[in-house]
Design a protein around this ligand. Structure first.
Ligand SMILES: [Mn+2]
Length: 326
């Protein structure tokens, strides 16, 4: 759903200190999309700050402007101060306030206008302007379209183009999934024409494993089970196993996609312990919804990418999932 862009224009014109928020455990899209918007808003003479509930993975520290991000868990005082002064809020790449975890109690009570830009199904954040397209490859793609509608393609400099390309690249696995919208290739073409170096970006984004992360991946894959239906792969990682391989934030990113490269496997599940909880990621290919499975456990997501969290022992979650996918 896209509302009249003039509504957004007026909200931005009447603001001076803009807050940009992204989801917990930020990925390349949350980071790229918020940073691109920040830079664009600054070019309009606004103060704009990206705030995230927790740290981004270390392997993203080269992303342009990333050092400007304020992280709640590292800098509570500064974050609280910036939030207090803000007069416009952007919610980017998430569809429910629960996705910003510890930021929520600070942001939700704010009586300032909200703009939501997101590509997840069923946005549930009350707002004054909603830019929600679930067929979009990434929120970064929507940021590109948003900026073009606001100010034209000329407002996108090489840095903004790079940040947008990072979001699109990470959310589509290098244009290998969620990539059937022809418009996407016009956008990517425009970004490359602006000087974005996709060769280099792909190396920086995908060739980033630490030795520990590589060994954790190999351990995780070696434990993979194929379930009774013959088309679902299931992997688990306990807190203890992650500690053994010196787990760092983001280290398991992408693991869940790997079994999908096996012939006939079209569903993949990763069950991981973190902070005494169980976090489950589900992926699939084709007309094979996994969000319906996630919903049974109170989670949700897209047809081919979904997840949930549960306060249950890992063995019980494994057991229940096994019974479900027979
Ligand atoms: Mn995204």
């Amino acid at each position: 759903m896209i509302e009249n862009i003039e509504v957004a224009r007026s909200l931005i014109e009447h603001s001076s200190k803009i807050l940009l928020t992204g989801h917990v455990r930020p990925d390349g899209d949350a980071i790229g999309a918020t940073l691109a918007l920040r830079r664009y808003l600054m070019s309009l003479g606004k103060e704009a700050t990206v705030i995230l509930p927790n740290a981004y993975p270390n392997y993203y520290s080269w992303i342009p402007d990333i050092q400007s991000i304020l992280i709640l868990e590292n800098n509570q005082a500064k974050v609280t101060e910036v939030i207090k002064e803000a007069d416009l809020l952007f919610c980017v790449d998430y569809n429910q306030l629960s996705r910003i975890s510890a930021l929520r109690p600070l942001v939700e009570p704010l009586k300032i206008p909200r703009i939501v830009i997101d590509h997840h199904i069923g946005p549930q954040i009350p707002c004054d302007f909603l830019y929600s397209v679930s067929s979009a490859s990434a929120s970064a793609e929507l940021v590109y379209r948003f900026i073009c509608e606001m100010s034209g393609d000329g407002a996108i400099d090489l840095t903004i183009a790079t940040q947008i390309m990072i979001g699109i690249t990470t959310d589509t696995g290098g244009l290998s999934f969620s990539c059937n919208n022809p418009e996407l290739y016009h956008i990517v073409g425009n970004l490359v024409a602006k000087g974005v170096d996709r060769n280099n970006l792909n190396i920086k984004l995908f060739h980033t494993y630490s030795v520990d992360r590589f060994k954790l991946m190999s351990h995780c894959l070696s434990k993979m089970e194929i379930l009774a239906d013959g088309r679902t792969a299931l992997m688990t990682l306990t807190e203890k196993e992650q500690k053994k391989f010196n787990y760092q934030v983001g280290d398991t990113e992408g693991f869940v996609n790997m079994p999908l490269t096996i012939q006939k496997i079209n569903r993949s599940i990763l069950i991981r312990e973190e902070d005494g909880e169980v976090k489950v990621s589900l992926r699939s290919e084709g007309d094979n919804p996994v969000n319906t499975i996630a919903e049974l456990f109170g989670g949700g997501g897209h047809k081919n990418a979904a997840g949930f969290e549960a306060k249950l022992p890992i063995v019980e979650v494994v057991d229940r999932l096994k019974r479900l996918v027979r």
